[in-house]
Design a protein around this ligand. Sequence first.
Ligand SMILES: [Zn+2]
Length: 274
Amino acid sequence: MLKFPVIAFSLLLFFSTNSLLVSHAHLDGDSTVTKPRPKKKHPLLDVIVLDAGHGGKDPGAIGTHGYQEKKATLAIVQKLGKLIEDELSGVEVVYTRKSDKFIELYRRGEIANEKKGKLFISIHCNSTPEKPTKAGGMATYILRPGKTDAAIRVAARENAVIEFEKNKKRYDALSDIDFILTSMSRSQDVKFSEKFASLVQKELRKSVGLKSNGVEQAGFFVLVGASMPNVLIETAYISNPKEESLLKSDAGQLKYAKGILEAIKKYKETYEDS
Ligand SMILES: [Zn+2]
């Protein structure tokens, strides 16, 4: 007796669900969609990886008055880490190095992945072969094939530190093609990296006040391994004496830390809401 209504109800349910599926597929403009996809919520921005460039036997670039890039990057990272821990509850800070230690470029990405980082921030200083220089300003880089000669030169200089590593061969296969493939396979990450990079430039402009050289792109080895949105910040030109003093001073380092913290706060809202 009850069988017929149950079958009828099942059929009704089947067709109505199916028509929902069809309309869903149409809305998406994707005929391959066969079942409704729940709106995917982005994971929380709960782990931030701070990467102080260079360290140990690798001093990085050296300023006109002898200040070393590795010291500036570590000082900024330590100040930034403290600010994040104080002001962003629920966010864990991971450091690729907390002291004057040499860490291979590939290892930095590995650390970030092992700790399940959601954002990777590598801190560096720009430099020119001639010292002193009048060149100056700040730029934030994302991982994509280099567009301009200047950006390619910056990446080549930063990548050259593999000279300090025992097994340089591991980087042999990394070419522009790899950067294209890496960025294509992580289009979501690239989108978020770009968003964060522009926030960094905006906030550093406010807090540090140096000229912004904008968001750039190039093939940095250190960014290839980190499977999460990632950026590399060239904080200032250490070969420019004025900017070298800024990088060396506690007050200057704190300005960088505060600017990047503001960018993280704004980015965190966008990232978690998307
Ligand atoms: Zn560097």
